[in-house]
Design a protein around this ligand. Structure first.
Ligand code: FEO
Length: 397
């Protein structure tokens, strides 16, 4: 694939990773692969904005060489230290040893620890500018979106925002722009990215959106560091981030469970029937069969999360642990929770699940539901009633 021109003499020179299936170690399944987006700005000075994951350094350099000799690179902007973006920096520095590296103070610390390179660092803060000739870069710090070092780069004359991880998606594609790719698929991956990476920083996302609005800068294109570039409708992803970070919701419930001999499964199905009978879009997930990142993504719209497990060893099934642990870290915004499960001679699962839901910041919507051994017809009706009562809670503002 050749370099792709975004604007006059501004090129995508990154890499497409069709095979990446797990990101951040095993915790994020990237079922549609990803891209590492690096951008080359050719002006009186030549700037490279971010690099790529080390295995793709050669691919990036080949693309750069189709535009310029890499030794001509004057400035390298590192918006974020994480290795998928800074990893090819040593290879670029071998070819352009005189290049100056522009980054936030925390990024300089991180780069020094990652690469031990004593390069020519130029630390920048919000409002600082770097004139390149016809174009000027300005920098906007964005700490904790999603690392302390993160920042955005803005090309003023082109109204082009390069926000690194923010507004990105793990989505490999032969195309680079939002008007070339199915919009539903892009938004699915953008939502999955937000829910599984940015959810805990939602308060900061809202503040950053307000800051961008207050700066009054026009944005004609958003070029993130992963996935598709927003050129047709950059407002679409800004509005989605506002919605997700605000905790907006639909009358929807996510029921997540696992089961030993089918009693908790039977309860789960009856609860879904109760929720649905009140018009709630209830979705059922047996956690051991499903993709946890996909369940977490469902929570971007669902008001209610219901979690069920039988009691074993006085607590919940370990099959639920990865999901509940992920939830505790990601802290969904403005969500209700409830717990249920079957038990034999002792209880414990429901109490422990409730503690986990509260630790994740959810508000309990009501008392948990526990049924001994195997639910009979009357008890299954109680499950439906419980689901109906939860549905009414969802509708309360
Ligand atoms: Fe935070 Fe795409 O790295």
């Amino acid at each position: 694939m050749d370099p792709v021109q975004l604007k006059d003499k501004i090129y995508w020179v990154g890499a497409v990773d069709w095979d990446m299936r797990y990101f951040h170690g095993p915790i994020f399944s990237t079922h549609r692969g990803t891209t590492y987006n690096s951008y080359l700005i050719v002006d009186e000075k030549i700037a490279l904005v971010d690099t790529v994951y080390p295995p793709f350094a050669g691919e990036m350099l080949k693309r750069i060489k189709k535009v310029i000799d890499p030794s001509r690179i004057d400035c390298i902007i590192i918006n974020h230290v994480e290795i998928d973006h800074s990893g090819a920096l040593p290879e670029v520095m071998k070819l352009a040893p005189g290049a100056k590296i522009y980054c936030s103070p925390r990024a300089r610390e991180g780069l020094r620890k990652h690469f031990q390179g004593e390069w020519d660092y130029r630390v920048v803060k919000t409002g600082d500018e770097l004139p390149l000739g016809r174009r000027t870069l300005s920098f906007i710090e964005a700490p904790m979106l999603h690392w302390p070092d993160s920042m955005f780069t803005y090309v003023k004359e082109e109204a082009l925002l390069m926000p690194n991880d923010a507004f990105g998606q793990h989505l490999a594609s032969a195309f680079r722009f939002d008007d070339q790719v199915d919009n539903k698929m892009i938004m699915e991956e953008a939502a999955r990215y937000y829910a599984n990476i940015l959810y805990p920083f939602s308060g900061l996302v809202l503040k950053k959106l307000e800051e961008l609005a207050a700066l009054g800068i026009p944005i004609s294109m958003i070029a993130p560091s992963h996935g598709i570039i927003w050129r047709k409708n950059p407002g679409q992803i800004i509005e989605a981030y506002r919605r997700w970070a605000s905790g907006d919701w639909l009358p929807k419930a996510v029921v997540v469970y696992d089961t030993m001999w089918g009693s908790t499964a039977a309860m789960a199905r009856a609860i879904v029937e109760g929720l649905a009978s009140e018009g709630v879009d209830a979705r059922l997930f047996k956690v051991s069969l499903r993709d946890i990142n996909g369940i977490i993504t469902e929570l971007l719209e669902a008001r209610l999360l219901v979690v069920g497990s039988p009691t074993i060893n006085r607590s919940y099934l370990s099959a639920l642990s990865p999901f509940l642990d992920d939830l505790a870290g990601l802290k969904p915004v403005n969500r209700l929770g409830a717990a249920f499960g079957s038990y034999g001679w002792s209880r414990g699962a429901v109490k422990d699940i409730e503690a986990k839901l509260e630790a994740a910041g959810l508000t309990l919507a009501g008392e948990g539901l526990e049924i001994a051994w195997v639910p009979d017809a009357g008890e299954l009706e109680s499950c439906r009633q419980w689901g109906r009562a939860l549905a009414r809670k969802i509708k309360e503002k």
